[in-house]
Each structure stands twice: as C-alpha cells, then as structure tokens.
Ligand binder design. Structure first.
Ligand code: SAM
Length: 238
C-alpha cells in the first residue's frame, strides 16, 4: 500500500523476483492508497494536530485500502508498516515472514501515518536501519526482496541462502570466479584443488575469521562446533 505504486514495477519485474512471479511462486500487487480517498481533491494527508512541520497521512484511505487488500487476499494478511521506529530487519525475521501465506506492507510518506492507524491495524513495524528516508517504498522493496528469496523454489537451492551472510549469524566466506589470475591476483590455491572437504573447512574458517574481524557482535549468536571454537581460540592468541 503506497502513494507511489509505479516505483515498484521496475524493481519487482526484474531478475530473480521477476522470474519467481512468472513461475507462479510469488504474487505481488501494489495498491494506490490515494484511490481510496473520499474527498474531491484526492487528498491523503493533512497538517499535524499540535503544529509542526510536514504532513501526516490520515487514516481513512489507508484503512479502506487495507480492507480492499483483505478482500482480494480472502483473509487478513499480516500488516507491516515500514518505519524508522520499527524493529531492525533481520534475516531471521525475514525467514519467519517467508512462512506466512500473505503479507501486506504499508509505505508511509511525508511525516508518516496517523498513530491511530498503527494502533488499530498494524501488526508489526520494521525498520531497514537507523536513518530516515523520504518514504517507505525503498524499505518495502528491501523487505519484499529479502523475504521473497527465502520462499521455496525462488532460489535454485536452499544452500543459496543458508550459507550466506547472516543466515547462521556468520558472514559468508570470500567468493572467486574465473580467471584464476586477474591482474596478478591469484585465486586461493585450495579452491582449485577439487578437495571438497578441505574446501568446506577453508570456507568455514574464512567465514569465522571475517565475522570475528568485521562483526564480532554476531559470533555470540552463531552455532559453533568444537573445531570452530578451537580455531577462534587460536586466532585470539595471535
Ligand atoms: N517522521 C517520521 C519519524 O521521525 O519517525 C519519519 C517519516 S519518514 C520521512 C517517511 C516514511 O518513510 C515513514 O513513514 C516510513 O514509512 C519510511 N521510512 C523512512 N525511513 C525508514 C527506515 N529507516 N526504515 C523503514 N521505513 C522508513
């Protein structure tokens, strides 16, 4: 639900999300909130009570738009409001949301939406980071993209996301492709060895080392084997 539905089509029609919709794995619809106004000017926002800068989106068009979405879906979808005041988006939450049959995302604009909409309708508020954007459209695209790629069949294999950064509270190991030497820089020899067990261990250690170096806060949540702990203890000694 947005005041700028045209922003979505160019993004959602491309690449993996575009193909997933063609295959019928995902269905996405944009809903123009302005189409539900009841005033002649098609106004959707008004001055804030109590004064202050900017405009606030008023409740009626949003509520009517959501009712239309519920009718279209045939059930009440989980309603998420994209907001800098929401809980930060995480891979874990996106994974849980991917299990739900339908999601509806409300994009705010201007100063945001009347608080009573949040009280009456919204199930969850999600932020994409501690900064403020002009509208919820780009955050909604980030959320939809992240959730969609965990819907079964959207990616070629579950491994595509289970081994990626953040899924298991670790950052991914470094990736290389052809050529084996580029401008004097060589691909690590182990990756050319064909020894799958050694490659898997090397990748795991790379993943542990970079998480420790770049995002030590994540390690506390990671599921570590005894071998992983020994490896990290060795790094701590260096
Ligand atoms: N006045 C609001 C505040 O201070 O919390 C900010 C409003 S912001 C200019 C307009 C809209 O952009 C919000 O209603 C929200 O939908 C969206 N938005 C901005 N930053 C966001 C973020 N970091 N994460 C999610 N949505 C965001």
């Amino acid at each position: 639900m947005t005041l700028f539905p045209d922003m979505f089509e160019p993004v959602f029609s491309q690449s993996i999300l575009g193909r997933a919709q063609e295959k019928g794995l995902l269905e996405m619809h944009t809903h123009q909130i302005r189409a539900y106004t009841k005033n002649k000017q098609m106004q959707v926002d008004d001055y804030p009570y109590g004064g202050g800068m900017g405009m606030v989106m008023f409740p009626q068009p949003i509520a009517d738009c959501f009712r239309a979405v519920c009718d279209q879906v045939g059930a009440r979808p989980h309603l998420i409001y994209m907001s800098p005041q929401g809980r930060p988006l995480t891979q874990k939450r996106a994974c849980e949301l991917a299990q739900l049959p339908a999601l509806c995302v409300l994009c705010g604009h201007y100063e945001g939406v009347d608080e009573r909409v949040l009280d009456a309708l919204v199930d969850e508020q999600i932020s994409i980071g501690d900064y403020v954007l002009t509208g919820g459209e780009i955050p909604a695209m980030a959320l939809v993209d992240c959730v969609s790629r965990m819907v079964p069949g959207v990616l070629a294999d579950e491994v595509c996301f289970t081994e990626e950064s953040h899924f298991a509270s670790l950052l991914e190991y470094p990736q290389y492709t052809r050529p084996a030497v580029w401008e004097g820089r060589e691909v690590p020899e182990i990756l050319l060895s064909g020894h799958h067990a050694h490659i898997a261990r090397w990748r795991r250690e790379q993943s542990l080392e970079r998480t420790r170096r770049l995002r030590p806060d994540m390690l506390a949540q990671a599921d570590l084997s005894e071998q992983d702990k020994v490896f990290l203890a060795e790094l701590d000694k260096e």
